[in-house]
Design a protein around this ligand. Structure first.
Ligand code: ZN
Length: 385
């Protein structure tokens, strides 16, 4: 089994005593995204992080794409607060009054939002949803260890597996391919995943499994809603996948739309879940035209020390001359592109989705939702208790 990033799987969960003591601690209200980050820290999804980043790591990540100890890390995991926290004190992090985690305040520091945005997203354009989020943060950051108490999002429990669990499940395979998604799957996605299984099988001769790992959490307006993504995958897997070769589980976090830098974070997280390989497609974690289609492929050249291995894929298309689903590497013709945007447009205009694009069972599932898309970028989309 591949080791977690940095060598050790973090497990920072509050025990009964701490939960009891926590009731007396000063309370600090945090955002939903930060609450999910606390959960990701607590269960080792962000291993080796044991808490929110202090200034040295934060700046090292911004300027070098690595933590202060040189370990690969591209997206700051930080907590924004008002000024009033004191270094050395323990606080209870809460979201809408509910206890999320206990934090040891190690350092409170100032930061420059414009610089943060430019370094992570390559732009400070407020049209970019990730940039917009940075500018809504409070004015100070606080670093320090976190002990996680309770999730703010208890939806989809039967698909919510933490690394300790997935690492056990994946023991039956020699190699595990991670697939990141924030989309209902079209046939192009399916062929990328299946080709990846074949590729790793061909290279290694080993028993290869696929971990389909949708991101559940805040997304931008127009993206598929969480429940649609999950239902669509359940249907696709049931009807078109070899059940011994695939595992579906969610990862609760916001989409950041940081393109190449987010691709590195996505790979690191999947290593922590136990994946040996990670699929990087065209415009991975991109938005608009902020990144070139294969920026997320190129950035991996600077991270050859990553233990998880990227699998680079270009888009597949449907070619009537070749007679099937192919990619530009193996088909010399002009085919029909699989386009998430096209699928979305068909749904929005109540037009029929062409079956060359989506499996009919997936179309049927999507059609059952009155509105399969995120309407607002706020928290209203979450119906969890
Ligand atoms: Zn062709």
């Amino acid at each position: 089994m591949i080791k977690p990033h940095g060598g050790k799987l973090v497990k920072n969960l509050a025990d009964e005593n701490l939960r009891e003591e926590a009731k007396e601690l000063p309370r600090v209200e945090i955002s939903r995204d930060a609450a999910l980050d606390s959960e990701n820290i607590g269960y080792g999804i962000y291993s080796p992080l044991e808490g929110f980043m202090c200034q040295e790591d934060f700046e090292s990540v911004l300027y070098h794409g690595r933590m202060a100890n040189d370990l690969a890390w591209t997206i700051p995991i930080v907590l924004d607060v008002e000024d009033s926290l004191e270094e050395g004190e323990e606080v209870l992090l809460c979201h809408r009054g509910a206890a999320v985690a206990v934090m040891e305040v190690e350092e409170v520091y100032s930061y420059d939002k414009k610089e943060y945005a430019e370094r992570v997203f390559g732009t400070d354009d407020l049209q970019h949803p990730g940039v917009r989020k940075i500018f809504t943060l409070k004015n100070k950051l606080v670093g320090g260890k976190v002990k996680f108490i309770e999730s703010v999002d208890r939806r989809f429990k039967e698909y919510d597996f933490k690394p300790e669990k997935t690492r056990k499940i994946f023991e039956k395979w020699d190699y595990i391919i991670g697939f990141q998604t924030r989309n209902a799957p079209h046939i192009g996605h399916e062929f990328v995943q299946k080709s990846a299984i074949l590729a790793v099988e061909a290279l290694t001769g080993g028993n290869v499994g696929l971990f389909i790992n949708p991101v559940i959490g805040r997304k931008k307006k127009g993206d598929f809603r969480d429940e649609v993504i999950l239902e669509a995958y359940k249907t696709l897997i049931r009807n078109y996948y070899n059940q011994d070769k695939v595992f579906l589980g969610i990862w609760k976090t916001e989409m950041r739309y940081a393109g190449p830098k987010e691709a590195i974070l996505h790979a690191i997280v999947r290593q922590n879940f136990g994946c040996t390989h990670f699929i990087v497609g065209r415009d991975h974690a991109g938005v608009g035209n902020y990144y070139r289609p294969y920026d997320a492929h190129e950035i991996f050249r600077e991270y050859e020390d990553l233990e998880i291995k990227p699998l680079f894929f270009k888009d597949f298309h449907c070619c009537q001359i070749c007679g099937g689903v192919v990619s530009e590497s193996i088909c010399p013709h002009e085919g029909i592109k699989f386009s998430g945007t096209h699928v979305r447009r068909c749904i929005q205009n109540s037009e029929n989705i062409p079956y060359e694009m989506l499996r009919k069972e997936v179309v049927e599932i999507i059609s059952k939702f009155d509105n399969p898309f995120v309407v607002e970028e706020d928290e209203a989309q979450f119906t969890g208790d």
